[in-house]
Every structure is written in C-alpha cells, then in structure tokens.
Design a protein around this ligand. Structure first.
Ligand SMILES: Cc1cc2nc3c(=O)[nH]c(=O)nc-3n(C[C@H](O)[C@H](O)[C@H](O)COP(=O)(O)OP(=O)(O)OC[C@H]3O[C@@H](n4cnc5c(N)ncnc54)[C@H](O)[C@@H]3O)c2cc1C
Length: 451
C-alpha cells in the first residue's frame, strides 16, 4: 500500500541526482518504510541513495539523557546503513537550514522524509519544502495504519478509532521487505560531522544522564525478546501493577524510532502467549498509540487546555474556585517534595531512570491537577517535567496522556467532585487497593529502616 503510506508533499524541478532520505523520527535502518520508499525511488531512477540527519541544538525540553540515547542509536544505524552502501550524513544544526544546504551540496533530485504529528516537526518539514525545489515525499513509518489513512479527523475516543484501525490492519500489518545493498554509490561524499563532535555536543547538554536503558536497535530487539519470553503472558492481568512490572518498557525505543511498532506487533502476534494478554498489549501499542498521533495531527492545540472537549472545559471552569488544600511550586514538584510519598516516588522514578510506569503516569498527572491553581498551570507543569525527564517524552503519546489525565481527552464524564469536576479522579487509597504501594515507595525513595 505504498501510496497510502507515502504521499508527495512537494512537486519540484525534475533533474537527475541522488535521492536523500532525511531521517528525523524513525532512527533505524530496519523496518523503515521511508527508507524503503527512498531506496525504491533511487533504484527506479538508477541514482545513489543517502541518509541525512541534522542534529538540532535543542528540542523542546530534551537534555543530555535524551540526546545521548538518540545519538547512540544513530551510531548503530549509521553502521548498518554503511553495510548496505548507503552513506549516513550527519550535520549539527537546525534541520530547516542544515537539510536544504546538504541537499544542494549533494545535487539531490528528490527528498523523502518521516511524517511527524508534532507542530515543531511539521514546521521543519514545511520550511524544508519551501526551500527546496524538488520532489519531496513524506512517509508514515511510525503508525502501522498511516495516520492520514486511518482517519481524516480528530477521533473522539478509542472506541471510534478502534474499528477504523482494525478494518485496515490486514492491509498494513505485513512483513516489510529487506533493505538491499544499494547498487549505485555517491561519487563524492560531502562533509559529515564526526562522532567526536557529537560527543562534545552531548557533553554540553544540560541535565542528568540515565543508565536505566541501553540505547539502540539491538538493545530494543533484546528487550522485545525478553518481554515476549518472560512477561507478555501476564500483561493482560498485570499491566497496572507498578511493583511487578510486566509491561514491555519499549517506549524509549519506540519514541526514538529505534524499533518499529510494526516489528513489535508482528513479534507479539507470532508469540505463543495468553490471547487476552496479546490483545491487551496490541490495543495499547496500536490503537492507543495511533490515537495519540491522530490527536496531535488533527488538534494543533494538543499541549494546552484549549484542546479539551466542551464538557471538560465547562466542568473544570465550574470548579476553578474550589479550595485546594495542597498547592505546590514548580520547584517543589520537580524535586518531589509533596506530602504524598507515592507521588514523590513516581517523580523520583522518572528523574532517576527516565521512565515511569504507565499506571503511575496517570496518578502523577492527575495529582498535579489537584495541587496547582488551574488546569492551565497543571498542563504546563506536566508537559515540562514529562518532556524534560522521560526518555520517551516530547511524543504525541505524552501530550495525549497528559490531556487525557487533566482534560478528559478521549475519556468520558465521571462522578462530580471538587477541583476535578467530572474529570476522572484517582486517589492514594485507590492505588493502595491495587498494589503494594509501600514496595514502590521503598524502591524509588529508599527505606530508611532498611539502611
Ligand atoms: C500522563 C501521561 C503521560 C504519558 N507520557 C508518555 C510519553 O511521554 N511517551 C510515551 O511514549 N507514552 C506516554 N504515556 C503513555 C504510556 O503511559 C506509556 O507509553 C507507557 O507507560 C510506556 O511504557 P511501556 O513501554 O512499558 O508500555 P507498555 O504497556 O508495554 O505498552 C507498549 C507500548 O504501547 C504504547 N502505549 C502504551 N500505553 C499507551 C497509552 N496510554 N497511550 C499511547 N500509547 C501507549 C507505548 O508506545 C508503549 O511503549 C503517558 C501516559 C500518561 C497517562
């Protein structure tokens, strides 16, 4: 279904020259439909193919931990591409300036790039399109059913997205072809940044490192195999238990495109495991994840309270003046200094490891709504912390998860209560009845009695 996965976003001058794949979301050589499309175009035209990457000096709240994870993955990808006779050309600089410059140096005839639903990335792609007079194509390799094929509007909830995705899945849940050794080489390689320059760039990035995840596609494949062998069977019943995490912990790899959700889905489908667990996992990996891209693609205000449905904005406004017994500053929240040890433990998990269990993410965001003066501030704080500390932050899943928690996006109205109005509430006691919260607190905050 290439015409549904790839669309031409600019028609430009026709001339002979290399095909450039500008990689910016799907950082892998395998199972990458954009790269495969670029290769087929280059082969059809009997032209060289290369991959271009521009490492932006900053990206939203990303710091050293995220850039280090990203760059380690790129190093691995560059080596895999070289084996296929496809040069990986790296530039340090803002993509809207660096990519057209590189394309001109190469005398490129066509550009293929990744689809991304986020505003910043869409701005990059649009700037590059205005600057380059050549054919430009965009491929959605993030979603199994391409975002624009699944639906042409903002979906109301998972229940409206699900049938659309499931109807199209048989067409798109297919084994991709192998990337071939590319038969035509570039005559002259332009300058490319060295990995030493990248290391210097990383050293200048702010924030703590995280060692909880080994970066790269090979590590992602190992993590997937281990998940399938040891935890998938229990996913259905156990996915909301943060103390015995049976979840896959693949989100950093999926976020940076180091593994494709298609590969994960095909592997899960082929596994001999409990059917309910497989279905439940595929619901998160496909329906919920692709609903997030649908939301950010069709809702330009995905990171503000303006994206809330009318019922949610109304109920939150009706409770705007409710007393809030606990109010915290940005610093108190960032340092995990609230009265609630469970919340502080979740914050500590994220700050230390770059990841937070999915159940705790919901609790964490809802408490920020409870402990700030307004939903506007709650959204700002949640997004800033999520984007700064999570390896998988700055992702449509994050903006959607936060809008779900604070503004009932994709959810429905619940029993009315203070501050939250009809937005779904989560409580400390509710968490206590679900899992052994003491264990979770001890794990992430330490237990002074044990020391
Ligand atoms: C407040 C809040 C913030 C969140 N922030 C992010 C974020 O920044 N980045 C991010 O990738 N996810 C985010 N999520 C969604 C979800 O919590 C994480 O994707 C999941 O916890 C990642 O852990 P895992 O890989 O072990 O998930 P698993 O349970 O093993 O699920 C497998 C994959 O399915 C996808 N997935 C799972 N749950 C969801 C969901 N609710 N919505 C969309 N996709 C899902 C993810 O890609 C995940 O890696 C957030 C959710 C909430 C409520």
């Amino acid at each position: 279904m290439p015409e549904q996965r790839t669309r031409q976003i600019r028609q430009g001058a026709q001339r002979p020259g290399p095909v450039v794949y500008w990689m910016h979301r799907e950082h892998r050589a395998r199972d990458n439909w954009a790269l495969l499309f670029a290769q087929s175009l280059a082969m059809e035209r009997r032209q060289p193919l290369c991959v271009a990457y521009a490492l932006a000096p900053g990206f939203l709240e990303a710091g050293r931990r995220q850039f280090a994870f990203l760059c380690a993955g790129l190093r691995e990808t560059a080596a895999e591409l070289e084996e296929k006779n496809i040069p990986f050309l790296l530039r340090l600089g803002d993509p809207p300036a660096a990519i057209p410059k590189l394309a001109r140096e190469l005398g490129a005839a066509a550009l293929v790039t990744d689809f991304d639903a986020l505003r910043l990335k869409r701005g990059w792609v649009s700037d590059v399109c205005s600057d380059l007079d050549m054919d430009i194509f965009e491929t959605d390799s993030r979603n199994i059913v391409p975002c624009w094929t699944a639906s042409d509007k903002r979906e109301y909830a998972a229940r409206t997205m699900r049938p659309k995705v499931h109807r199209l899945l048989p067409d798109f849940l297919v084994e991709p072809p192998e990337l071939l050794p590319h038969p035509v080489a570039l005559e002259k390689l332009p300058a490319t940044a060295t990995w030493e320059e990248v290391d210097r760039f990383l050293a200048s990035r702010p924030g703590p490192e995280s060692t909880a995840f080994v970066p790269g596609g090979a590590a992602a494949t190992r993590a997937l195999d281990t998940f399938i062998k040891t935890r998938l069977n229990r996913y259905g019943k156990g996915r909301n238990v943060p103390t015995d995490p049976v979840v896959s912990r693949l989100s950093p790899y999926l976020h940076f495109g180091q593994i494709s959700s298609l590969r994960v889905a095909l592997s899960v489908l082929a596994a001999h495991a409990d059917k309910d667990s497989k279905d439940s996992y595929l619901e998160e990996l496909i329906v919920r994840r692709e609903l997030s891209d649908n939301f950010c693609y069709h809702e330009p205000e995905y990171d503000s309270t303006r994206c809330f449905a009318d019922w949610a904005s109304t109920t939150l406004a009706e409770h705007a003046d409710d007393p809030r017994p606990h109010l915290y500053s940005d610093e108190q929240l960032e340092r995990g200094l609230t009265h609630d040890p469970l919340w502080n433990a979740a914050q500590a998990e994220m700050v230390r490891t770059g990841h937070m269990h999915g159940y705790m993410r919901m609790y964490w965001a809802k408490k920020i709504l409870e402990w700030t003066e307004s939903p506007d501030r709650a959204m700002r704080v949640c997004i800033a912390l999520n984007d700064r500390y999570q390896l998988d932050g700055r992702d449509s899943n994050g903006y959607t998860g936060i809008a779900w928690s604070i503004g009932g996006v994709h959810d429905r109205a619940w029993k009315e209560r203070p501050v939250f109005g009809k937005i779904r509430y989560m409580s400390f006691n509710g968490a206590k009845s679900k899992f052994r919260i003491r264990e979770y607190i001890d794990e992430h905050l330490g237990n002074p009695q044990k020391d």
